[in-house]
Design a protein around this ligand. Structure first.
Ligand code: AMP
Length: 396
């Protein structure tokens, strides 16, 4: 259901579904960047029987870019996906070693209006689910040159901070100064709060692009906050990045989903230089947020009919198939249970009616339709009239 809602949102904006493999060559994911935990610490990688070094996918963006580089569709290429990912993390509420994401990516467009479209589609998904406690935060990481200058400034600033940073953050600093900004450790907070911000390093193009994104979001009435210290995990991001945060979730797991603009990834995977943008939304955390907010879109579909067959089961095979072929949700009992046991199951199933057939009915060419609601009489009808009769009941 949740996947259907996402599919509807994406397909109504011209995105087509893509299915990428669960296992790919390790190199595909390694391109995400060697300064990210996802690549260095969390990958499930192994050698297969042919001595290929492969990995379970930790995310889907790299596979989408690999697919683009391999098949060269005409840009703009707009795709959406849903599926499982694997990361070797410390499991806790909202953080698992296997988790599901829905997401989308667009390759081949540089226009800030596209950033707005992509963010708005994520926003629309949460809106359709009925979630209201979702905050959108955005930032721009500037152009690669801006970002490089910023990273050097951060490196200098944090290196001078010494004991002002925890040992873990000093370690992170060696690998990627940007990731220090992501630290949730209390001891690091004052030092991070006074760190230089990326906005001081924007080129004119990067500043224009970011202004365009903000203007578009305002035009659509989508509330957002600019958070200059938002960096996000993966190395390949540039310009716009964003995160949807659920305010009902624990702070370490409050990111419901996020994404951003990237380039260089398609090229690194053997394709032409191609701009890209996309997001991935965590299904597990979204469901936790649905629980927290008491909105649950996943109403189980009610059965229309439960077939009760006392002839041994052959009639139930035919009637259940006929009901399903005519669009009714139907189920039945198995293992030759007694009439009483079957009626109990029919009751428990929540079906609107029981369709009952025994040897007398077979002989007479009839069935008994018994509404499960108390106080409504059962009716014996011709077997051939079953479908029109149920349609009539549905319309009442
Ligand atoms: P990322 O691919 O790291 O940008 O993550 C995007 C979204 O996927 C996050 O905001 C989470 O909702 C979800 N996510 C990432 N890692 C996990 C995990 N280990 N367990 C559950 N959800 C996750």
């Amino acid at each position: 259901m949740l996947h259907n809602i996402f599919a509807n949102v994406a397909e109504s904006a011209g995105y087509g579904e893509i299915k990428t493999p669960l296992i790919e060559d390790l190199g595909v994911f390694a391109r995400i960047g060697d300064a990210t935990d996802v690549v260095t610490k969390e990958m499930y990688d192994f050698h297969d029987k042919g001595e290929r070094h492969v990995a379970l996918r930790p995310e889907l963006t790299a596979s989408v870019c690999r697919s683009f580089a391999q098949h060269r569709p005409t840009p703009p290429w707009k795709v959406w996906y849903a599926g499982s990912n694997f990361r070797y993390e410390k499991p806790q509420r909202g953080r698992y070693r296997q988790f599901d994401q829905v997401g989308l990516e667009v390759l081949g467009v540089d226009d800030p209006d596209l950033d707005v479209e992509v963010i708005a589609l994520g926003w629309e998904f949460y809106r359709r689910l009925g979630l209201t406690e979702v905050n959108l935060i955005i930032n721009s990481l500037g152009e690669p040159d801006d970002r490089a200058r910023y990273v050097e400034a951060l490196r200098g600033y944090f290196a001078a901070a010494g004991e002002g940073l925890t040992e873990q953050s000093r370690e992170t600093l060696q690998r990627n100064p940007l990731r220090v900004l992501d630290s949730k450790r209390e001891h690091d907070a004052p030092c991070i709060a006074s760190a230089p911000t990326i906005a001081e390093f924007y080129s004119a193009e990067a500043a224009d692009h970011f202004a365009g994104v903000q203007a578009g979001l305002r035009m659509l009435g989508i509330p957002f906050k600019v958070e200059t210290k938002l960096v996000r995990g993966l190395d390949y991001y540039r310009r716009t990045i964003f995160e949807f945060q659920g305010s009902t979730l624990d702070s370490a797991q409050k990111a419901l989903g996020g994404g951003g603009r990237y380039d260089g990834l398609v090229e690194a995977l053997g394709g032409p230089a191609t701009p890209g943008i996309g997001f991935a939304l965590g299904v597990d955390r979204t469901l936790l947020a649905c629980d927290d907010e008491g909105v649950f879109c996943l109403e189980p579909r009610r059965l229309d009919a439960f077939v009760v067959d006392t002839t041994g089961g052959v009639e139930a095979v035919a009637i259940t198939a006929e009901l399903r072929a005519n669009g009714f949700a139907a189920d039945r009992a198995f293992d030759g249970r007694s009439m009483k046991a079957q009626m109990k199951l029919a009751n428990r199933s929540g079906a609107s009616v029981a369709v009952i057939i025994g040897s007398d009915e077979v002989e007479a060419g009839t069935v008994v339709v018994k509404p499960m609601e108390a106080g409504i009489d059962q009716q014996t009808i011709l077997r051939n009239d079953l479908i029109p009769h149920l349609n009539e009941l549905k319309d009442q």
